[in-house]
Design a protein around this ligand. Structure first.
Ligand code: SF4
Ligand code: SF4
Ligand code: SF4
Ligand code: FES
Length: 310
C-alpha cells in the first residue's frame, strides 16, 4: 500500500493511504478525544468531539471518518478546535446529572475526562433535562439513560452479534434514547447480559451491577486470565481489591467483550464460602476431612480412571 505524507501539529508524517486523520494522529501520539468511534466497531462520525482543523477546509472535519490526503496540514488542538469541543461538551453536560462524586464511572469516564481537559463545568446552556428512571430491574446491568450521550457504541456492539440486536435508537429529537423492543426494561427484553454494551459505554450510563460500590478504577488490581468454562477460552480481567475478587471485565476488544454470563459470574464459585477445600469421608455417621490419597484410594470410579490412565 502506498504512503501519504502530511503534517500534523507541525510534524511531518508518512502514513499508509486510506487511514483516517485520527489513526495518523494516534501514530505520532497526538491526542484526539473520541466518544462514538471504536476501532473494533463502527465509526458513525456522530458525536463530532474528534473534530480537527485542516488547512483549506471550511468546516472542521471529524477526524475518525476523514481519510488522510497527500499534503494535508492538520491541527488537532488549535483554538478553533478547542472552542468547538468545548461547545459540544457544554451541550452534553447541560443535559447530564453531573453526579461524578457518586457515579460508578467517576475516574474512568470520558465525559468527565474531557470536561476536565477543556475546562467545561456546565452552566453555559440551561434547559430541560431528561428525568428517566434508571433501569435496575435485572441483576447484571444498571442502566441510567440520564447519563447517556447517545454515542451508539452499545447499539453497535449488541448488533455485532447476529442473533442479538436487543437495543437500538428510538424516539426523536430531544427524546431520542437507546431502547429495547417496545422500550421494555432489560429484564423483559431478549438481553442475555453478555455485558458487551457495558464494556464499550464511555460514560456511566451502563454499569456492571455486580461491581457497583466495590471500588474506583484505581482501587482495583487486574489480572488477565483465560476462561475455562468452555472451549471458547475467552480472555478477561479478574479485578481484585485488597486481594479479594470483585468482578470480571473485558480484557480486549477481540476476546474480552463477548464474554458470556458464565464467564462473568464464575467468580461466585471462586469465593463461595460453602466450597469444600478437602475431600470429605463419612466416618461413624459424620463427614470428616481426609487427604486426597485416602479419598482416591477408596473411590472405585477414580480407581478405574487410574487404570484407564495407565
Ligand atoms: S457519567 Fe461521567 S460525567 Fe456523568 S456523572 Fe458519571 S462520571 Fe460524571
Ligand atoms: S448485555 Fe449484551 S445482549 Fe444485553 S443489551 Fe447489552 S450487548 Fe445486548
Ligand atoms: S448507553 Fe453508553 S454506549 Fe450506549 S449510547 Fe449511551 S453513552 Fe453510548
Ligand atoms: S469520535 Fe469521531 S465523530 Fe465521534
Amino acid at each position: 500500500m502506498s504512503n501519504v505524507n502530511l503534517t500534523i501539529n507541525g510534524q511531518k508524517v508518512s502514513v499508509p493511504a486510506g487511514i483516517t486523520i485520527q489513526e495518523a494522529a494516534e501514530q505520532i501520539g497526538a491526542f484526539i478525544p473520541t466518544f462514538c468511534f471504536d476501532k473494533d466497531l463502527t465509526a458513525p462520525g456522530a458525536c463530532r468531539i474528534c473534530v480537527v482543523e485542516v488547512a483549506g477546509m471550511r468546516n472542521l472535519p471529524a477526524s475518525c471518518v476523514t481519510a488522510v490526503a497527500e499534503g494535508m496540514v492538520v491541527q488537532t488542538e488549535s483554538p478553533v478546535v478547542v472552542e468547538a469541543r468545548k461547545m459540544i461538551l457544554e451541550l452534553l453536560v447541560a443535559n447530564h446529572p453531573l453526579d461524578c462524586m457518586t457515579c460508578e464511572k467517576g475516574g474512568n469516564c470520558r465525559l468527565q475526562d474531557y470536561a476536565y481537559r477543556y475546562g467545561v463545568t456546565g452552566g453555559a446552556f440551561v434547559g430541560e433535562k431528561h428525568e428517566y428512571l434508571p433501569d435496575s430491574t435485572n441483576p447484571y446491568v444498571y442502566r441510567d439513560l440520564n447519563k447517556c450521550i447517545l454515542c451508539g457504541k452499545c447499539v453497535a456492539t449488541c448488533n455485532a452479534v447476529s442473533e442479538r440486536g436487543v437495543i437500538n435508537f428510538a424516539f426523536r429529537g430531544f427524546n431520542t434514547r437507546i431502547a429495547t423492543f417496545m422500550d421494555a426494561d432489560l429484564k423483559d427484553s431478549e438481553c442475555v447480559y453478555c455485558n458487551r454494551c457495558v464494556a464499550v459505554c464511555p460514560v456511566g450510563a451502563l454499569v456492571d451491577k455486580n461491581m457497583m460500590g466495590k471500588g474506583r478504577i484505581w482501587d482495583l488490581e487486574q489480572k488477565q486470565v483465560t476462561c475455562t468454562f468452555c472451549e471458547s477460552g475467552c480472555n478477561f480481567n479478574v479485578n481484585y481489591r485488597d486481594g479479594k475478587v470483585v468482578g470480571v471485565t473485558a480484557a480486549n476488544a477481540a476476546a474480552g467483550r463477548p464474554l458470556c454470563l458464565k464467564g462473568r459470574l464464575g467468580i461466585n464459585f471462586m469465593q463461595n464460602p460453602d466450597c469444600i477445600e478437602k475431600p470429605l469421608l463419612k466416618k461413624d455417621g459424620e463427614f470428616v476431612a481426609v487427604t486426597w490419597e485416602e479419598a482416591l484410594g477408596i473411590a472405585p470410579i477414580l480407581e478405574k480412571l487410574k487404570v484407564i490412565n495407565k
